[in-house]
Design a protein. Structure first.
Length: 332
């Protein structure tokens, strides 16, 4: 199988039909883990939910001033819980962006199963319909959008009601296969919430297994058959890192509301994917966020006790300030 795939890719290269970035360059931002809430009483472990409105407003202001920005990706967990007021207000802030933005769903972008009665929030369908035209085009949680001539963004729905780990069901896998086949003559970026590759040894343990798509091998097999897929952009890890697997770069971005309170500014050229995380605060909010991170069982609890464990936790989530991953040299 691998030999046939290698021959297929080599044949496409020799034929000059593996498309690169149109115009040689694209710049976009990946905004992840906002956990926006219009009310301060919603809790998400490790996140400054009470400051999420200010942090999202700061991100939009910074992106508005960013030169050469083509579009913005929202890679899931825009909301702490999909209540109507939070949804309306978060959308109003994003609508101030001067460039198009595109949304995929995370695990929090729906009802809170632990909340009582009506306070559980809206269904995922409400979020999908609220963001029609921002990727979504109909009732499905996955979508395809040609964001500029020759460049397609594919949004995957890796979450679901009651799920922990991500999953891409058979229907969506079939849709992905057909969509990528139809777009072989275009460059493609994929955005999803959950990761598709292991980025840290803890990903393979029981504590962090929910950060990944449980059937990621099936998804990556489809992607590997389409070398025009330049990169897969995700957000659920909450730290910045990336690596190449086959012909594709896999990039994870930090969280807006979990320390280090940052988003990724991504430049894709013919040669590489470069992601720089842009901080939203370096003062009181940043210190507060780091303290909350170090007090979290989910984040700090997986490292050894003591100062060395503190350092390892801070180094992981605060590292990756610049991630540069070369694109395989198979594009014109």
């Amino acid at each position: 199988m691998r030999g046939r795939l290698a021959l297929m890719v080599l044949g496409m290269v020799l034929a000059g039909c593996v498309p690169g970035v149109p115009g040689g360059h694209v710049r976009f931002a990946n905004v992840a883990g906002v956990y926006y809430s219009a009310t301060p009483d919603v809790k998400v472990e490790g996140a400054l939910v009470e400051d999420s409105a200010e942090l999202l407003a700061r991100a939009v202001a910074q992106l508005t001033a960013t030169k050469g920005l083509d579009f913005v990706l929202i890679s899931g967990d825009l909301l702490a819980c999909a209540d109507a007021l939070s949804l309306d207000r978060a959308k109003a802030v994003l609508d101030e962006l001067p460039v198009p933005y595109y949304v995929v769903l995370g695990g929090h972008d729906g009802p809170d199963p632990g909340a009582p009665g009506p306070s559980r929030g809206l269904s995922r369908s409400n979020v999908i319909w609220a963001f029609q035209g921002h990727g979504f085009d109909g009732p499905e949680g996955y979508w395809r959008r040609e964001v500029k001539p020759g460049l397609v963004v594919v949004g995957l729905d890796t979450g679901g009601a009651g799920r922990g780990a991500g999953h891409v069901d058979a229907r969506q896998l079939d849709w992905l296969r057909r969509t990528l086949e139809a777009d072989r003559d275009k460059a493609v970026l994929v955005v999803a919430h959950h990761g598709l590759v292991v980025l840290h040894p803890l990903d393979e343990g029981s504590v962090w297994r929910d950060l990944l798509v449980d059937n990621r091998d099936a998804v990556r097999e489809i992607l590997a058959q389409h070398p025009n897929v330049l990169a897969v952009i995700t957000g659920h890890h909450h730290f910045g890192d990336g690596r190449a697997s086959g012909p594709t770069v896999y990039l994870a971005s930090p969280s807006v509301s979990v320390w280090p309170l940052a988003y990724h500014l991504v430049d894709v050229s013919a040669k590489e994917v470069e992601a720089v995380w842009i901080p939203l605060d370096s003062g009181d909010l940043a210190r507060k966020a780091q303290e909350r991170l170090l007090g979290s069982d989910m984040y700090r609890g997986v490292f050894p006790p003591g100062e060395d464990g503190d350092t390892a936790c801070v180094r992981l989530f605060g590292g990756g300030k610049m991630v540069v991953v070369p694109l395989p040299a198979i594009r014109p």
